[in-house]
Design a binder for this molecule. Structure first.
Ligand code: SAH
Ligand code: SF4
Ligand code: F3S
Length: 471
């Protein structure tokens, strides 16, 4: 009986992590992973709605894959993830050959949903074989949030040295440009014991670095699956007890991980600046496993725009946080997300962003051109920054960031750093690793280095990577 699945993922790291779990669950059900869509019985696209471009790409890909179904009517096509939640039945209008539309809260149901498709198509008596034929048109998008108790018992992670662990689902913020709260629902944190259990199993399996994932990890612990949390009545009580182990918020989770696991390196993403406090910076400084690196998306340097985005901080407050962080973790490297061309963004607003970038001197910056997302608050405002202006501002920030990173990388020359080698480089004999500050380093070695932490002296600088020699 043929049961092969091809899965392609768009979007954020949380989506990548979801896809690892989906493939793991399907494997446990007897599916094999197909390397090419043409040889699969089931094709799934795990989609993203964060910008229009992400949706256009997924629709394009699905259109392409629908062509395969013309030749092979038993093929099952599924759109899962954020676009599924947002567009629901409307997807069938554009892509009539799709069989399944399942949202992020329904991902753990996929094995059952695929079985349902099989039944539905077979019951029509059309076609041969286990999958039947036709278009099942099943929609599963009703849940407001993912029931964490449905999470598979086994851990499914890609083999390797670094792993991702989701610590919370959903987002309770309401940034006016952002669709994520609509697609991912309310925030729910996983129990600390479960996270630590998963991390210990990863350590035993040889993983050396874990990135903790959540849309806003800084509000971890606000709401656990049973409704308790630091913002609930029980949470206040726990706070009053003043027992450092009783209150499990994000800084405390970092401490628990540091104490109760042997993981070598911990990273986390994303931190919303509004909820990043001194307590977090203190924990970062205290915990040896926590890397000197923080992704702290600022989005804009203009207070007027930050207010319109409903980010809850000013540029000055953001800079103060960075100052405090740098006092606790002097060597910290910083990355950010920035949106250019938000409705009403003037040249003056844009210049404020340029100034902020010059002041912070990020190690990495992801620059996005604003794209209105239907149903968000910002989408009711006119998307009034012309395309060429968005493009020019995007280019200007990319160029500025290149200048900054170029200087920062050159400052590494001659210095000794520790890298965790993630695997082979693109050229034979070369290995790729990262510093604790998340800078990529290439090192040559005839002996395999994968999975090892090695000391390296930086010899020269490429465009975005450092080249080092083993010491
Ligand atoms: N929860 C994370 C990531 C959200 S999505 C956070 O708050 O940082 C990743 C990035 O996409 C955002 O930080 C933002 O910079 C960008 N983004 C979100 N919505 C967007 C939109 N409508 N147009 C352009 N960029 C957007
Ligand atoms: Fe979107 Fe804001 Fe939530 Fe990030 S914090 S996912 S930008 S609403
Ligand atoms: Fe995209 Fe959904 Fe992630 S919209 S950014 S895949 S949470």
């Amino acid at each position: 009986m043929s049961k092969t699945v091809f899965l392609q993922t768009y979007g954020c790291q949380m989506n990548e992590r979801d896809s690892e779990e989906v493939l793991g669950m399907l494997r446990a059900q007897g599916y094999e992973i197909a390397q090419r869509p043409e040889s699969a019985d089931v094709i799934l696209l795990n989609t993203c709605s964060v910008r229009e471009h992400a949706e256009t790409r997924a629709y394009g890909k699905m259109g392409e894959l629908s062509e395969i179904k013309k030749e092979k009517p038993s093929l099952v096509l599924g759109i899962i993830g954020c676009m599924a939640k947002l567009h629901q039945e409307a997807i069938f209008k554009r892509l009539p050959s799709v069989d399944l539309v399942a949202g992020p809260a329904e991902l753990y149901d996929l094995p059952y949903l695929l079985a349902e498709i099989q039944e539905k198509r077979q019951s029509r008596g059309k076609g041969q074989g286990v999958w039947g034929e036709g278009n099942a048109k099943i929609v599963a998008v009703d849940r407001a949030f993912r029931p964490l108790e449905h999470k598979p018992q086994a851990d499914y992670h890609k083999p390797g040295v670094i792993a991702f662990v989701t610590i919370m689902e959903g987002c309770d913020k309401a940034c006016t440009y952002c669709i994520v709260p609509k697609t991912r629902g309310q925030e729910i944190s996983r129990w600390p014991e479960e996270i630590i259990g998963e991390m210990n199993r990863l350590v035993n399996a040889g993983y050396q670095e874990v990135t903790l994932l959540g849309q806003n990890v800084n509000s971890y612990g606000k709401r656990f699956p049973d409704g308790s949390g630091y913002q609930g009545p029980l949470g206040r009580l726990r706070l009053l007890e003043n027992d450092p182990d009783a209150l499990v918020d994000f800084p405390q989770l970092l401490r628990l991980i540091d104490r109760r696991t042997n993981i070598k390196r911990v990273r986390f993403t994303t931190s919303h600046p509004f909820d990043a406090h001194e307590r977090l910076f203190q924990a970062m400084a205290e915990c040896k496993s926590v890397c000197e690196s923080l992704h702290l998306p600022v989005q804009s340097g203009s207070n007027r725009i930050l207010r319109a985005m409903r980010r809850g901080y000013t540029a000055e407050a953001y800079l103060k946080k960075i100052e405090s962080l740098r006092a606790y973790v002097p060597k910290v490297s910083l990355s950010t997300d920035i949106i250019v061309g938000f409705p009403g963004e003037t040249q003056e607003d844009f210049q404020a962003t340029v100034r902020l970038m010059r002041e912070v001197r990020y190690d990495n910056a992801y620059i996005f051109k604003y794209s209105p997302r239907p149903g968000t608050d910002a989408a009711s405002r006119e998307d009034d920054v012309p395309r060429e202006v968005k493009e020019a501002r995007n280019q200007a920030l990319l160029t500025l960031q290149e200048e900054i990173i170029h200087k920062k990388l050159h400052a590494f020359e001659g210095r000794q750093v520790e890298i965790l080698v993630e695997g082979a480089g693109k050229i034979a004999g070369q290995w790729f690793g990262r510093t604790r500050g998340n800078h990529g380093v290439i090192v040559e070695s005839p002996k395999p280095l994968g999975g090892r932490c090695v000391a390296v002296r930086i010899a020269r600088v490429g465009t975005h990577t450092l080249f080092g020699d083993l010491t």
